[in-house]
Write a protein that binds this ligand. Structure first.
Ligand SMILES: [Zn+2]
Length: 314
């Protein structure tokens, strides 16, 4: 293979080259090939699942939701852009995974077999932290609109602090229990825990930590009481501020099946045992264009390359 390349690159391999130099070039070409082969193998065996982490959703055409009438947060995202992004994901046949699905098909031991209808779909998870009112006023209408347009239900994950449900008058309003129940009942919300009071779990006492974890689960399950399909409510957690350590993990494992970070990385699964309590999420903020989010959703470089190639020959 290396000799073949040398023959194909005559300009670089004039007869004046000493044998020593040739050996050096051979060595570097072999190194380069090994690197490329390694990258390709890793890309083939690694399953990448982009998990997007949104916060509050803002209608940028409504002056009341824009500064100076409303505080400006980096983590806000425009309702208009969100609709375009979700439309892209639904129309491109993405599988909107729930936290329980990720656990059942990729993290648990043994794993459940992936249902036939999802086997060849591209995977994505769309999460919203802190339970802002906008998940009901701005997000739910988009999901309902897309269901009407495409006949597909896009499921989103809400990481909730039950102590703040229905709270008004603080910086931003929070969705109340009735609103969360409605979205859940309609099949759009996957309701999961974000701790009870949005405390940094790595800095509080053991007693407070246990309370944050246990009470959050109890209250969220109480809120959804009487609804169908509540077995998976508050079975998974996103750490407030993405903060976790080994001690926290030990307590979390008593109550929850998996834990989500907020570290701007794509969640990857390889040969090794999956790190169920260290699931990476992609942080989203107002600076991210829809095109940028679409690229992140497209997955690994090899898949992108294959998709680009297919587009070119189409
Ligand atoms: Zn949060």
């Amino acid at each position: 293979m290396v000799n073949f390349l040398i023959n194909k690159l005559p300009g670089y391999f004039e007869p004046t080259l000493t044998i020593r130099r040739k050996h050096l070039v051979n060595f570097f070409l072999a190194l380069l090939l090994t690197f490329i082969i390694h990258k390709v193998i890793v890309a083939i065996v690694t399953v990448k699942i982009p998990i997007f982490g949104f916060h509050d959703i803002v209608d940028i055409q409504n002056p009341k939701e824009m500064p100076p009438l409303r505080p400006d947060f980096q983590s806000d995202y425009s309702q208009q852009d969100l609709e375009v992004f979700l439309d892209y994901l639904v129309s491109h046949n993405y599988w909107f995974m729930s936290t329980q699905e990720l656990y059942d098909y990729y993290l648990s031991n043994p794993r459940k077999p992936i249902p036939a209808e999802h086997r060849y779909q591209k995977k994505v998870m769309v999460t919203f932290d802190d339970g802002y009112k906008s998940v009901y006023t701005h997000l739910l209408p988009i999901l309902e609109k897309l269901e009407k347009k495409y006949g597909k239900k896009a499921k989103v994950i809400l990481f909730i602090n039950p102590a703040f449900m229905g709270r008004h008058g603080t910086v931003l309003d929070k969705a109340n229990c009735q609103e969360l129940r409605e979205g859940f009942q309609k099949g759009f919300y996957d309701l999961q825990s974000h701790g009870l009071n949005h405390e940094n779990l790595t800095t509080i006492s053991f007693k407070s930590l246990e309370r944050e974890l246990a009470e959050s689960q109890i209250q969220l399950r109480k809120c959804t009481q009487g609804l169908d399909g509540i077995e998976t409510v508050a079975s998974h957690i996103a750490y407030p501020y993405g903060a976790v350590n080994k001690e926290v993990e030990k307590s979390v494992a008593k109550y929850y099946l998996s834990g989500y970070l907020y570290n701007s990385l794509t969640f990857s699964l390889s040969f090794f045992k999956p790190q169920s309590y260290y699931i990476s999420r992609l942080t989203v903020n107002k600076k991210h264009s829809v095109g940028h989010l679409e690229n992140m959703a497209a997955g690994g470089w090899l898949r992108n390359l294959i998709r680009t190639y297919i587009k070119v020959i189409e």
